[in-house]
Design a protein around this ligand. Structure first.
Ligand SMILES: Cc1cc2nc3c(=O)[nH]c(=O)nc-3n(C[C@H](O)[C@H](O)[C@H](O)COP(=O)(O)OP(=O)(O)OC[C@H]3O[C@@H](n4cnc5c(N)ncnc54)[C@H](O)[C@@H]3O)c2cc1C
Length: 383
């Protein structure tokens, strides 16, 4: 796909960074389930932790196409780094930047952008995943503070984030109008992080529970308007879905690159495997689907940058790119055959496990279809 020169140059820059600093450790992070804390200052220096935040708050604010390219290139070599960066930018920094007060922005964003520390986003609960409006965590208004109680699960970077945004019910009313968002600090009494989860993929990323017990939250840490939390996280997820689509692009491309290289460099009966039409057709289908997914992710990114409504397009981009990423990773293993099944030579097996998250996180594929169908049905045309 033809990109503007500035985007091509940006891709080259991030690719070089990813190959030098991220790729060499990707396999080890997965095997050891080790979070790459040492990358954080490097990522911050490269501007990759403040991509949705202006310079005033330590960010490197770039357009959404560039942001997608950055997540894609990091994920191409390491899904764990890709999700860490995507979640921090889209789910940690973005809501504070968009909905926070100036004081909140000044207090929390610079540490998370140029400071090389992470922010997390606590929405999912044991009984509120796809149905995030069913949040059970409560924040009760006391004389001097809010008192928060509840559990959030499967939170990216929970252990390493110095602060998080979490949703809670702020009134007895049922439904989504009683949900508000708060900025919470890890050091506060009553803020407990559970043990790191043992996951099938993205094993270098940090995923854990939050348990809030009588957590005292200062009034000034309410984010945005009272009872506006549901709307805020819907807006946040619209953007976040583009970054999950970009992650799927990177993972899929990593698998495709691996399959192409293997087919060209290995041989059967004295001929390269890529001489076989069966392999060629598979590679052609993989490349074609990847290209279509790329148009969708960049297209949704452009719409976001243009300031037009992009909920449907971001849901479509995430849905399609994540399903393509999974198919391409699966086919890459088929092209590699036995060596693809093992994890010690090629990254295809790791990518196959990593890419599955893209069909689950920030709304499963079924939820994307609900979002898309709702939008499609709004515009019934005369036939
Ligand atoms: C690695 C990882 C990182 C994550 N990071 C974060 C994070 O940083 N912050 C955070 O808040 N959450 C995070 N999550 C949680 C993630 O957002 C949820 O897993 C996701 O929203 C789905 O919720 P659930 O797992 O409870 O699935 P469920 O809602 O229990 O869904 C189970 C199945 O039922 C289907 N289903 C549910 N409702 C419907 C419906 N109405 N119609 C049709 N089908 C339906 C789903 O599509 C799915 O197939 C993370 C998850 C993972 C795996």
């Amino acid at each position: 796909m033809l990109l503007k020169k500035e985007h091509q140059e940006f891709r080259e820059k991030i690719r070089a960074f990813a190959l030098e600093h991220v790729a060499p450790q990707a396999a080890a992070l997965d095997v050891e389930q080790r979070f790459p804390k040492e990358y954080l200052p490097l990522l911050a220096k490269e501007g990759l932790l403040g991509m949705v935040v202006s310079e005033e708050f330590g960010g490197s604010k770039i357009d959404t196409v560039s942001y997608s390219i950055a997540v894609e290139e990091l994920s191409r070599v390491c899904g764990s780094t890709g999700i860490t960066v995507a979640a921090h930018n889209s789910l940690g920094c973005f809501p504070i930047y968009k909905f926070g007060t100036d004081e909140q922005r000044k207090k929390y964003l610079p540490r998370g952008t140029s400071g090389g520390e992470l922010l997390a986003f606590g929405l999912t609960e044991p009984d509120a995943g796809s149905d995030a409006g069913a949040t059970k965590t409560t924040a009760v208004k006391k004389d001097t503070h809010w008192e928060m109680n509840g559990t959030k699960c499967f939170i990216t970077s929970a252990t390493h984030a110095f602060a998080s945004i979490a949703t809670a019910r702020t009134s007895d009313a049922q439904g989504v109008k009683a949900i508000s968002s708060f900025i919470l600090e890890k050091e506060w009494d009553g803020y407990e992080v559970g043990k790191k989860e043992n996951k099938m993929g993205l094993r270098g990323s940090d995923t854990a529970f939050f348990h809030f017990t009588d957590l005292k939250v200062p009034f000034e840490n309410l984010m945005g308007e009272l009872n506006d939390g549901f709307r805020q996280f819907m807006v946040t997820l619209d953007g976040g879905r583009i970054s999950i689509g970009a992650m799927a692009l990177g993972l899929g491309q990593g698998a495709l690159d691996c399959a192409v290289k293997y087919a060209a460099e290995s041989s059967v009966n004295g001929k390269p495997k890529s001489a076989s039409q069966a392999i060629q057709f598979k590679l052609a289908d993989m490349a074609t689907e990847m290209e279509a997914a790329r148009y969708m992710v960049y297209g949704a990114s452009q719409m976001k940058d243009a300031g037009v409504k992009f909920s449907k397009e971001s849901a479509m981009a995430k849905l399609y790119a994540s399903e393509v990423g999974r198919r391409v990773a699966y086919d890459a293993i088929q092209v590699l055959g036995d060596v693809g099944f093992f994890s010690n030579q090629f990254p295809a097996e790791r990518i196959f496990r990593d890419v599955k998250l893209c069909e689950i996180g920030e709304g499963t594929s079924e939820i994307q279809r609900i979002v898309i169908a709702r939008e499609v049905l709004k515009s019934v045309m005369p036939v």
